[in-house]
Design a protein around this ligand. Structure first.
Ligand SMILES: [Zn+2]
Length: 215
């Protein structure tokens, strides 16, 4: 998980969220079923496209490239369930992009006293750290712990994909270190640095490899 900067609110939300929220809360107050044509109004092409852009096409929690994994989900940071935070269903700052697995694992779980690490509002690396392909909570960090456990940030498929990525970059570093030609060496170095930036998958785990560049 890495820090994400929120982009300005999409026009479709800015123009409609108050009206949609009033309608939705009205249905809930009257004990009626909320029509899905209303409750899913956050799922607009414009909204998804800006979420994708700000998260660099990656899941906000596990850093998997969502379009490579499956259909991306629009994630409600505070759950939109009617007994949780339905009033935040269309709230821009409550929306993110998640892969289906992280989204399903998180589900409607949320504790106001121990909220999950939110990469939009804080630096996740103050609460979580990586060691090889693993992501651990900082010692004594309850929010990091509950995030890693609930979203299952060390599930088998993620460990495999992070290892694959680490090995790809490790191979590049091997080539770099053995390269004698300065020009080729610099090209390799640039490539390695590019591969561990936050726009690439699993960058929290891969950037630690930079220490192997021997420069
Ligand atoms: Zn994910």
């Amino acid at each position: 998980m890495v820090k994400i900067d929120k982009k300005p609110e999409p026009i479709v939300l800015a123009n409609n969220k108050n009206h949609w929220t009033t309608l939705l809360m009205g249905h809930i107050a009257r004990g009626e079923v909320v029509p899905s044509s209303l409750s899913s109004n956050y799922n607009q092409t414009e909204v998804k496209s800006i979420l994708k852009e700000e998260s660099r096409g990656k899941c906000m929690y596990c850093e998997s490239n969502v379009s490579h994994v499956a259909y991306e989900h629009i994630e409600h940071i505070k759950p939109k369930a009617k007994d949780k935070y339905p009033d935040l269903t269309f709230e821009w700052n409550n929306l993110g992009l998640a892969c289906p697995k992280c989204n399903i694992n998180k589900s409607d779980n949320y504790d106001d006293n121990l909220p999950f690490i939110n990469p939009y509002s804080e630096d996740p690396e103050l609460s979580l750290f990586s060691l090889g392909p693993w992501i651990y909570p900082m010692p004594g960090n309850d929010r990091g712990f509950i995030t890693e456990q609930t979203i299952q940030l060390n599930r088998v498929d993620l460990i495999e994909k992070r290892l694959e990525r680490i090995n790809e970059i490790r191979r590049l570093i091997e080539l770099y270190v053995r390269q004698k030609n300065d020009l080729l060496k610099n090209i390799l170095k640039d490539e390695i640095i590019k591969e561990v930036q936050p726009n690439k998958p699993y960058s929290m785990c891969t950037k630690q490899l930079l220490s192997l560049l021997q420069i």
